[in-house]
Write a protein that binds this ligand. Structure first.
Ligand code: NAD
Length: 479
């Protein structure tokens, strides 16, 4: 496999480019410098987008579904061959647990194979509207896809957009988050080693600010933006994309409520919600961020979840005894500590998180709050900090679950199946888990209601962002 990994270089037209100032990639567990990356520019982004556009029209990629499937299978095999290196790099750059990084990597490999299969099944439809009047509805690749991803799951979230984009026949320009530039470069080296993938189909530019992402959204050579990140950035991207009426797919922030009814299996709820809230130290869009608990079981639920949170061993992701890794950096530890102070003022502290002496580590926080309008309830906090709120009955549970601008995910815990199904209909979220939290797969669409986003990724619908429908009409004459 060819280089480009340290310093992480840009990848345009199959060439590794060492342009732009060098930035450091840091290990949040111990503040060491892991390696470096070259930060790109708007000019380099324009070059990558132009090349992607030329490749889209000059190659047969958009019209060769079997080749696309083959290239995706090769990509999955290359990733599988270096999966331990990918996992080690995710742990080192991101701070998450090795088991979480392995789950992310194996899930991504599986998803590439899933879209390899779907690449051969992109079909249109046909309709004869009147005798001899034939309409063909083609599903065609949309053109050049610009894919912008965050640092929190740098492999899964890249593949969730790149898999369907390539399966649909698009060419691509990628932009990783600066915090995970080395992990991204290793994934690119896997793509570079795929003989069935024409050079120029996948291009990538690093950055250390916003210039590359902004240039990608502004570029006349990019047809579709597939963005995963915060709602605040998603709004900026949508506004900027309006200038060229570019299509956007937005997978944005969340504030997932977990609703626990009095008849729930509390052992199961506590087990699921400890994992659902503290996976990746709470830095995941679908993390359980609000525990909505029926009043009659507040004391017993609170005592159990507090004990479970207290027992979580916080430590380096590479240490097999750790049960929760670090935050992405010390700035985020300071940010969440500010939120903890605010929670202590506005609500009742149940368990106060503390920073460890080294690295970007913070133990979990739980706080009670009743004011649903508080920013602590309304805003995405993105860390190991969860509110506990109460409700009296089903109607209030629904009202509170739907009380934020977000609608990405939710979970419901009850042994009453009819109530579980009623709740799943009433909650306005792209995903609702029943008696569990955080089950994600290549097959299951994800996406948001409200300010959690536009469109869906994963599953067959993941292809839609990267396809156009073309109506071809012909008069055939009557027999
Ligand atoms: P972010 O919005 O700050 O950054 C995401 C990406 O956008 C990065 O690559 C960044 O460099 C780029 N970017 C920033 N400003 C830009 C601009 N003006 N134009 C173009 N690109 C720009 O988010 P983050 O802090 O890196 O990630 C955490 C956020 O992502 C959280 O809000 C989380 O909920 C969300 N997220 C959502 C999903 C989902 O599936 N819905 C998944 C993971 C993360």
């Amino acid at each position: 496999m060819s280089g480009g990994i340290d310093p992480a270089r840009h990848y345009i037209g199959g060439q590794w480019l060492a342009e732009g100032a060098l930035g450091d990639s840091l290990n949040p567990a111990d503040d060491t410098v892991l390696g470096q990356y070259h930060a790109g520019s708007a000019a380099l982004t324009d070059q990558a987008a132009r090349l992607a556009r030329e490749t889209f029209f000059a190659s047969s990629w958009a019209h060769a579904p079997r080749q696309r499937a083959q290239a995706l299978f090769e990509f999955a095999d290359r990733m599988e061959a270096v999966k331990d290196r990918i996992v080690d790099l995710i742990v080192a750059e991101n701070g998450k647990l090795r088991a979480e990084a392995m789950g992310e990597t194996l899930g991504a490999i599986s998803e590439v194979r899933y879209y390899a299969g779907l690449a051969r099944n992109v079909r249109g439809t046909m309709q004869e509207t009147l005798p001899g009047q034939m309409s063909l509805f083609h599903r065609e690749a949309a053109g050049v896809a610009g894919i912008i991803v965050p640092w929190n799951a740098p492999v899964t979230l890249l593949i969730r957009s790149l898999g369907p984009a390539l399966a649909a026949g698009c060419t691509c320009v990628l932009k990783p988050a600066q915090q995970t530039a080395l992990t991204h470069a290793l994934i690119l080296s896997c793509l570079d080693a795929c003989p069935s993938l024409p050079k120029g189909v996948v291009n990538s530019v690093n950055e250390n600010g916003v210039a590359v992402g902004q240039a990608m959204v502004a570029s006349p050579d990019v047809d579709v933006i597939s963005f995963t990140g915060s709602s605040a950035t998603g709004k900026k991207i949508m506004a900027a994309a309006a200038q060229s009426l570019k299509r956007v797919g937005l997978e944005l922030g969340g504030k997932a409520p977990a609703v626990v009814f009095a008849d729930a299996d509390l052992d199961q709820a506590v087990r699921e919600l400890t994992h659902g809230a503290l996976t990746m130290a709470g830095q995941i869009c679908v993390a359980a961020a609000r525990f909505l608990v029926q009043e009659s079981i507040l004391d017993s639920f609170q005592a159990r979840i507090k004990a479970a949170f207290e027992a979580v061993r916080v430590g380096p992701g590479a240490d097999p005894s750790s049960q929760m890794g670090s935050l992405i950096d010390r700035a985020n530890v300071a940010r969440v500590q500010g939120l903890i102070d605010r929670a202590a003022d506005e609500g009742d502290m149940v368990l106060r998180g503390k920073a460890l002496n080294t690295g970007a580590f913070l133990t979990p926080t739980l706080f009670r709050i009743d004011d649903v309008r508080s920013p602590l309830v309304q805003d995405e906090l993105f860390g190991p900090i969860v509110s506990i709120e109460t409700f009296a009955d089903e109607a209030e549970a629904v009202a509170k679950a739907n009380a934020t601008v977000y609608g990405l995910a939710a979970s419901v815990f009850t042994q009453d199946l009819a109530r579980a199904m009623r709740m799943s209909r009433a909650i306005r979220a792209g995903t609702v888990w029943l008696n569990c939290h955080m089950r994600l797969s290549a097959e299951g669409e994800t996406g948001g209601f409200g300010q959690s986003g536009l469109g869906r990724l994963h599953g067959p619908e993941g292809l839609h962002d990267f396809l156009e429908t073309k109506h071809v009409y012909m008069e055939q004459g009557r027999i």
